[in-house]
Design a protein around this ligand. Structure first.
Ligand code: OAD
Length: 305
């Protein structure tokens, strides 16, 4: 059942050896809120500190309503009072963001698929064409009624005052919403156009700082080719084993685990041939990787620029 291992070991040394090898030419990132925590932006689901645990003052029916399109139309005040905490311009990129830039400088970057709406990948200097903001962004806005498009700078002052944004056309006065993907909305079309090919051509996928709790993003890494190495860098392990073993009259039956997405082989070491889990704070793990690659000075230089 198990296949020929793609790595000499399923740990940081195995990863470093793979990155140094001829086989690793294209690295893809899939990232979530955890990579921005050290910038001062809370993630969503960490018990106690995650955003969804700290919204009591808004009296929401459910914490996730803050990003629900139906709830926004019904009661816009909570989101508009809150959005000033999220807009780009307040926070600085983290070492993990600069690591992505370093990978680009090394000509190893395929693409970055981010669930984050903080724009820190851009601020770290990664070229726009390499970044897929899967849950949208605050860079652009549109009116929900007349669809007029606008840019963040047009609204920054009102956002900072917590005002509900209304279309400037007096005939319209519709609600103006950032192009952040709310629950109940589709991901940008470009994501679906490109995801399959870009993931399939990756030699290495680094999945960092995400609970992989939100579809369809949580399933994107499973589009990887069979010979793509996949690495999760996170505070805790997520996902399940790709196979399910059941017994029928003493006979072992091995089936593909289809009940659940987010299947990682590190969850079942006996058949692992491709996946690594590196547990910890992502910046610490990134520093360790860079130390072992001999890239630490270059990373520090990018951070200090
Ligand atoms: P979550 O808050 O669900 O998950 C963040 C993950 O990062 C958790 O597993 C944390 O343990 C881990 N983590 C936190 N700090 C870390 C650190 N310094 N180093 C490593 N790991 C760390 O955030 P996402 O998975 O990004 O959607 O959430 C996905 C989507 O859910 C978001 O994009 C958002 C939300 O609803 C929208 O806003 C549309």
């Amino acid at each position: 059942m198990s296949e020929k291992p793609l790595l000499s070991s399923f740990d940081i040394d195995g990863l470093v050896e793979y990155i140094k090898s001829e086989r690793c030419k294209k690295i893809t990132f899939m990232v979530g809120a955890g990579i921005s925590v050290s910038a001062g932006i809370p993630d969503f689901r960490s018990p106690g500190t995650g955003l969804y645990y700290t919204l009591q003052e808004y009296n929401l029916p459910d914490p996730m309503s803050i990003f629900s399109i139906d709830y926004l139309k019904e009661n816009p005040t909570p989101f508009y009072s809150f959005q000033k905490n999220l807009i780009p311009g307040i926070y600085k990129p983290t070492p993990t963001h600069y690591f992505m830039k370093l990978i680009e400088q090394k000509n190893l970057l395929g693409t970055i698929w981010t669930q984050n709406i903080d724009g820190l990948e851009h601020l770290a200097g990664v070229p726009e064409k390499k970044i897929y903001e899967c849950h949208g962004s605050f860079w652009t806005f549109h009116c929900l009624k007349c669809q007029r498009k606008s840019k963040l700078e047009e609204w920054r002052d009102k956002i900072n005052k917590g005002e509900v944004l209304k279309c400037k056309s007096t005939q319209c006065l519709g609600l103006v919403k950032p192009d952040v993907v709310f629950f109940g909305e589709n991901l940008p079309k470009k994501v679906f156009e490109d995801i399959q090919d870009k993931v399939f051509e990756s030699d290495l996928i680094l999945i960092i700082g995400t609970s992989l709790a939100v579809t369809p993003f949580s399933g994107f890494f499973e589009l990887a080719a069979r010979d793509t190495v996949r690495v999760l860098i996170n505070r805790e392990a997520v996902g399940t084993c790709p196979i399910r073993v059941t017994e029928n009259g003493g006979e072992k039956i091995i089936q593909v685990n289809q009940n659940y997405q987010r299947r990682f082989f590190f969850q079942c070491p006996e058949i692992n041939f491709r996946d690594i889990f590196l547990q910890g704070d992502c910046d610490d793990v990134i520093y360790q990787i860079c130390d072992k690659l001999g890239w630490r000075d270059e990373l520090d230089q990018l951070i200090s620029q």
